[in-house]
Design a protein around this ligand. Sequence first.
Ligand code: NOJ
Ligand code: CA
Length: 559
Amino acid sequence: MEKRPLSNAAWWKDAVVYQIYPRSFMDSNGDGIGDLNGIRAKLDYLQELGVDVVWLSPHFDSPNADNGYDIRDYRQVMAEFGSMADFDHLLAGLKARGIQLIIDLVVNHSSDEHAWFQQSRQSRDNPYRDYYIWRDPVDGGPPNNYPSFFGGSAWQWDAHTGQYYLHYFATKQPDLNWENPAVRHEVYEVMRFWLDKGVAGFRMDVIPFISKQDGLPNLPPEHLAHPEAVYASGPRVHQYLQDMHREVLAPYGAVAVGEAFGVDFAAAPLFTDARRGELSMVFHFDIVRLDRDNWRKIPWTLPQLKAVYTRIDQTGGSHGWNAAFLGNHDNPRAVSHFGDDRPAWRALSAKALATLTLTQRATPFLYQGDELGMANYPFERIEQYDDVEVKGNWRMLVETGQVPAAEYLAHLRETSRDHARTPMQWSADAHAGFTTGTPWLAVNPDYPDWNAAAQTADPQSIYHHHRRLLALRRSTPALVHGAYQDIDPAHPQVFAYTRTLGEHAYLVLLNFGTEALRYALPGGLRVAEAVLDNGAGDTAAAGASQVLLAPWQATVYRL
Ligand code: NOJ
Ligand code: CA
């Protein structure tokens, strides 16, 4: 297959990215943990799907307090995942198929087992002391009221030197001190190390958090439950990113995707406006968090969702760009989250969601298994979870009696990150073909019916719908670059938008529900022919001004 007409400087705008969570993708040696050779064994699958880029969640040496988002050595491969030679083979295999690789840059924090931190905690005058953020106690307690995302205070007492260190995430993830120019240069060197190997760029973990507020004042009470807005608006974040761009990203022509957690719509263009020289694009969290209040699931409506899509598109403007996604390793499964994972609607709604993501004016990011409609795991008991976030919040909320266990568990069944981390479902063989050993996290029991082997053999599958969407996007510049217009923002069940580039116009019609309806196109619109449909019902003939929409029907029409 001919790949890579994407040779312009902003090639990544035309790309489709596939995220791999290595621990759960494919195990090559029977230890129950996915690994780099496992990924290499599945490259044909990725090529057939038609993706342009793989984003690899962290593959670096790590004690795995947070599954690799706690890095002990930025220049080593995690032993469970393989060796540096395995990494080099994987990269070569991807490139041979015209697929680029972006890796996960986790530099807001390191592991507490990183050599820098081991030094830093030795003494107050250690040369590495200033690589991290140490403060004296205030009134015998933590220096301020910052909460950690994984439960409790963001400050950890270290008796050896009699100070606290800052950790926005787990205690084993101390925040690096970006005020220290030596830290910034260490990060540039790490980036160059991997760029010299040939990676195309980075997904940047919680990158807006790198600049801390001057003086670290207490959070006002209204921010205590959602500290990310304050953590993401430090005074020097743009200076640091512009320096990084000038020093590393620009000279290498590297792509940078920022995890913009905590960044509001007004601030987003500051990160992505190409004239400023910071990041290529960002992930906005307003969609996947629409129905969330931390670990709680809250109600959402389709008009709310549509309003967020419009706002995100606007933040791109004419000089910026966005990343579109409905799932990743930190969120429940897309089909369970925004679709309908009951048997009758699971495949159709998964296809409808894919149609949505792959027709945005943004670079689509697909999360492993979503191309198969993998669904949430039927968790029942706290012991079934692995996630450090789940366990930290359990200690903080349930063990202290603040929240009844049954209530927390009921929400986790919908919101836990572990839903996305169960092993990839390759086949109907034991353990879904993921491993010959015992998988590190249970395989979803629905795998005999929902797996890659079945779907690659079935032209009507969710997998093949993704292939068709990828091909359509590749051959249709209007679906990548065209203006986005929601033509019916208030409709409670239909998501209808146009994509227009010059004389080329397309209409995307998505029925977000289980009722069939007759839909009169607003504004006197008439469809031309259907170019792609998810098979839920019939499509309308050219010239029609109204359309019968079957439950979860998703159609792309030419206008
Ligand atoms: C965001 C990552 O996606 C998540 O998995 C991780 O726990 C935190 N950042 C901390 O690195
Ligand atoms: Ca393995």
